[in-house]
Design a protein around this ligand. Structure first.
Ligand code: ZN
Length: 71
């Protein structure tokens, strides 16, 4: 199967970055900050990428200091 396609009238490939699966590492000391994702670099990634799923370390009770975040 080919997941890439050129839309009618378009010339650029469409990329689906939200379908990329990245190994999660809960310990930043064990993370290469490149092809794995830890809490430390997740904060950086979230500014550049749209993460399609909540990260495991974000599933706890809501942080009161984070209540103003827009969905
Ligand atoms: Zn990392």
């Amino acid at each position: 199967m080919d997941f890439s396609h050129i839309p009618p009238g378009g010339t650029e490939l469409v990329h689906h970055i939200d379908e990329v699966e990245i190994p999660l590492v809960t310990d930043p000391a064990r993370c290469a900050h490149d092809d794995t994702l830890c809490p430390e670099c997740a904060a950086l990634w979230q500014t550049e990428h749209l993460l399609s799923e909540r990260l495991p370390w974000e599933q706890g009770p809501p942080d009161p200091t984070d209540a103003e975040r827009d969905e």
